[in-house]
Design a protein around this ligand. Structure first.
Ligand SMILES: NC(=O)c1ccc[n+]([C@@H]2O[C@H](COP(=O)([O-])OP(=O)(O)OC[C@H]3O[C@@H](n4cnc5c(N)ncnc54)[C@H](O)[C@@H]3O)[C@@H](O)[C@H]2O)c1
Length: 306
């Protein structure tokens, strides 16, 4: 029987892409999301979808026959976490603990936690290895709290647990917003961008390669670009004429992120899609959606121009 993968945050950007990837690879997928940020339109029709909150004990029965859990549900917006720190802690720390407990009770053989490069906010070593973290902002601290409970369950109960520390994951759905881009600071912060298909491929390697057990993997490209450079690349492709809106820096954010991806490369994975190709693919996807909508007589969807 096909392996059964449980994905939390399945209606979000990374979770919806990951679910589709595993379905295409022949796995079956159970998805949980409370739709607080994601939308059901993102969820592939083949997913067994449950609209539930990760803090709720009602999710426990869903874990019984799962072969692996990918825990991605989180308050993922930096500004949202700053505005509502208690809610961030409730979802990212208590919610994670509830999912760990559910997986532990059901003896799920593999658990993968979606951690973040924000864990490195206070570290000035580039490229940054997985060895040390220093979270500063509310989002980073809350994800760190979730990660601490993952470590606890691994140590206490010997759970087969892997952490993936995403840098800046990008791809089509994220760009379908249709508003001028908002840039915090002067746009000169440098970020390590990784295309979502490369992230999916690494997750499958982590699932299938037992050497991933108990380890942490940076998920980045090992190169970085300034936010202004990325804006110019996107604008060069889309030619919207939309200028970015610059807002004051968010507190706690690192000036530079750059992943040391030696550990992930050791599993035989490497990023295949560079930023120019990734942006081209994303733009092509958006343009096809606009054409589809126009052909269906629906006019242009609200997100076509950015
Ligand atoms: N996208 C990135 O570049 C990036 C970078 C670093 C880390 N991450 C981590 O990866 C994961 C996925 O990120 P994303 O970009 O897809 O975020 P996202 O916001 O698009 O998806 C998160 C999903 O979790 C759901 N959710 C939130 N609270 C919930 C709750 N209480 N119960 C059930 N579902 C809930 C939301 O509705 C949303 O669909 C997150 O854990 C995030 O911290 C993402």
């Amino acid at each position: 029987m096909a392996q059964r993968i449980l994905v939390t945050g399945v209606a979000g950007f990374v979770g919806s892409n990951l679910a589709k990837h595993f379905l295409d690879a022949g796995y079956s997928v159970v998805g949980i999301d409370n739709l607080s940020a994601g939308t059901v339109d993102n969820v592939d029709a083949r997913v067994e979808f449950h609209k539930q909150d990760i803090r709720d004990a009602e999710v426990y029965p869903l874990f019984h026959d799962a072969d692996a859990v990918f825990h991605l549900a989180a308050k993922s917006s930096l500004t949202g976490c700053l505005a509502k720190p208690l809610e961030a802690a409730s979802v990212n720390v208590s919610g994670t603990l509830n999912i760990l407990e559910a997986a532990w009770r059901a003896k799920v053989p593999k658990f993968v936690y979606a951690d973040t490069s924000a864990e490195y906010e206070g570290i000035e070593e580039f490229p940054t290895p997985e060895t040390r973290v220093r979270p500063i902002g509310v989002y980073a601290a809350s994800k760190h709290g979730g990660a601490a409970f993952c470590d606890s369950y691994r140590e206490l109960y010997g759970m087969n647990l892997t952490m993936v520390r995403y840098f800046n994951v990008y791809g089509p759905i994220r760009m379908l917003r249709g508003e001028p881009p908002v840039i915090y600071g002067n746009g000169e912060k440098r970020r390590d961008f990784i295309y979502v298909d490369d992230v999916n491929a690494l997750h499958q390697v982590i699932l299938e390669d037992q050497r991933s057990a108990g380890k942490v993997f940076n998920v980045g490209s090992g190169t970085n670009f300034s936010v202004n450079e990325v804006y110019e690349l996107i604008e060069g492709l889309l030619k919207t004429g939309l200028k970015p809106i610059y807002k004051p820096d968010l507190p706690g954010e690192a000036l530079v992120t750059l992943a040391d991806i030696t550990n992930a490369r050791r599993l035989g994975w490497k990023p295949k899609v560079d930023i120019k190709e990734g942006l081209r693919r994303s733009v092509r996807y958006i343009q096809e959606r606009v054409l589809d909508a126009a052909n269906a007589g629906l006019g242009q969807p609200a997100g076509h121009s950015a």
